[in-house]
Ligand binder design. Structure first.
Ligand code: 1GP
Length: 244
């Protein structure tokens, strides 16, 4: 039997109400020498996916990093790029993002046009993702780099209309993003309102720092939660926490 795609696995998990967790690694912050230890901690954690990416594009270690992770880790590795230069054929898939909350054509379509011919030459599974940045208390890197304004965190209708437009455009996933290291995560009311009114799987990330935050996001309807900063600061993050 043919191996299920990353997307099929996500859909299956959603239909079975099995929640998913991605650990986000920023290639600019990972020290290659410590990768064995890092992978060990990922393997000990309840993570179901590894996302790789960041808003800045200084790293030249992307290929090496992924190869090293794959030596000891069987989780799907999904690129979460901030720029078309962050593509590696060593990964399994890529979140093909369109920043739907913003009105900067570069992040809506220009980067995607640049990336398409590069992606055509890879075996990466393309996961088209409507990416929605939500205001979170202070300016985040995504905001700075993309030069876009996030959506008002209290405007549930606008967030939903944006997510629904993304779904109607044929995106496979919607990602509600507060931004890495956000002061405030996306509100549970917004997660619930969006999750209840779209059919495609919902990813939520940014500013989630503890197990309670993860569980609350799941209970509100998130299908996949992304944890970056909390794991980056403390790779034992999940050790003291019960299994998800
Ligand atoms: C950022 O949603 C991810 O794009 C993760 O955010 O670093 O705040 O966990 P944190």
């Amino acid at each position: 039997m043919e191996k299920a795609t990353i997307y099929q696995e996500i859909q299956k998990a959603k239909s079975e109400n099995r929640k998913l967790l991605a650990i986000l690694l920023d290639p600019d912050k990972v020290v290659l020498d410590t990768i064995t230890d890092l992978v060990y901690k990922i393997n000990q954690s309840p993570a179901t996916h590894v996302f790789i990416g960041g808003s800045f594009v200084e790293s030249t270690i992307l290929d090496d990093l992924i190869v090293r992770i794959k030596q000891d880790c069987t989780l799907p590795i999904v690129l979460f790029p901030g720029h078309p230069s962050q593509i590696s054929n060593h990964a399994d898939g890529i979140l093909f993002l369109s920043l739907l909350s913003g009105r900067n054509p570069d992040y809506l379509i220009e980067h995607q046009v640049k990336a398409a011919p590069i992606l055509k030459r890879t075996n990466l599974e393309i996961l088209s993702t409507g990416y929605i940045l939500i205001e979170s208390g202070s300016e985040t890197a995504v905001e700075r780099v993309s030069k876009t304004t996030p959506l008002d965190r209290d405007n549930l209708d606008l967030a939903l209309a944006t997510a629904q437009a993304g779904e109607m455009l044929g995106n496979k996933l919607i990602y509600l993003e507060a931004g890495s290291g956000a002061k405030q995560a996306v509100s549970l009311e917004m997660i619930e309102y969006v999750a209840r009114n779209i059919d495609i799987p919902l990813i939520v990330g940014g500013g989630i720092v503890d197990l309670k935050g993860i569980q609350n996001a799941y209970q509100s309807g998130a299908d996949l939660v992304v944890i970056g900063t909390a794991f980056e600061k403390d790779a034992h993050f999940f050790n003291s926490q019960i299994k998800i």
